[in-house]
Design a protein around this ligand. Structure first.
Ligand SMILES: C[S@@+](CC[C@H](N)C(=O)[O-])C[C@H]1O[C@@H](n2cnc3c(N)ncnc32)[C@H](O)[C@@H]1O
Length: 213
């Protein structure tokens, strides 16, 4: 099927939403991911007034929820899709107007900020599309402040026994799902202390890393 955007495979709209189909996918994700975001935010600190970066911000709904939770923080979003950044800007019009949100087209592999820039770095439903998970987590570590937090969230937690689910996610969506021990291993070797939270009766998972001081 030929898409109206540049993506030929409709499922690649999840890894890099482009064009009108991509914009539709971004709005759908803003609806579909909302319960996951609420659960993630319920496990984050009650207050925060520093700088917060969302990697792979997609349609920007998570940044909007973070700004409701942390009204005194400064927000930053990066994504490799200009269309995602446009939707994020629309959805967060007020934040953009007041200068509390900066958006940049950038990959997690090369985050255009100085070391230790952020008190909280988040990455929801995106790690499985990253080019090199280990070094990309090290890059997130670089921009996290000492004692700051890096959170990876996913609604597709797997164990090593989930072979069929892992294979179909890769085949259908290009999503390279990995079990807890792989993500936790990469986060710990980067220099985070890590806690894993899961939600009952679902595959929801969040990896909470605190940068060792
Ligand atoms: C499934 S969407 C999730 C979007 C959003 N975080 C959410 O929770 O709805 C994945 C997003 O990650 C972005 N992405 C993929 N690879 C990336 C990379 N290497 N660096 C930054 N963002 C990336 C995609 O463009 C897309 O917007």
């Amino acid at each position: 099927m030929i898409m109206s955007g540049q993506n030929q495979n409709p499922n690649s709209q999840y890894s890099k939403p482009i064009g009108s189909d991509g914009v539709d996918v971004l709005h759908d994700m803003n609806d579909h991911h909302a319960p996951l975001w609420d659960w993630i935010i319920s496990n984050l600190p009650r207050a925060m007034d520093g700088s917060i970066l969302d990697i792979g911000c997609g349609g920007g709904g998570f940044l909007k929820r973070l700004s409701d939770r942390y009204p005194y923080a400064l927000f930053f979003g990066i994504d490799i899709s200009d269309d995602a950044l446009d939707v994020t800007a629309e959805v967060n019009y007020d934040l953009m107007e007041e200068g509390s949100l900066e958006l940049l087209n950038a990959s997690v592999s090369d985050i255009p900020f100085e070391e230790g820039s952020f008190d909280l770095v988040t990455a929801v439903e995106t790690y499985f599309f990253w080019p090199d998970l280990k070094s990309d987590i090290e890059e997130a570590y670089r921009v996290t402040s000492a004692g700051g937090m890096f959170v990876i969230g996913s609604e597709m937690r797997v164990t090593v026994d989930d072979t069929e689910y892992i294979e179909s996610s890769l085949r259908d969506y290009g999503a390279r799902l990995v079990p807890d021990e792989v993500i936790v291993g990469h986060m710990e070797s980067a220099g985070f202390d890590v806690k894993v939270e899961t939600a009952p009766d679902s595959r929801w998972v969040m990896y909470i890393g605190v940068k060792r001081i």
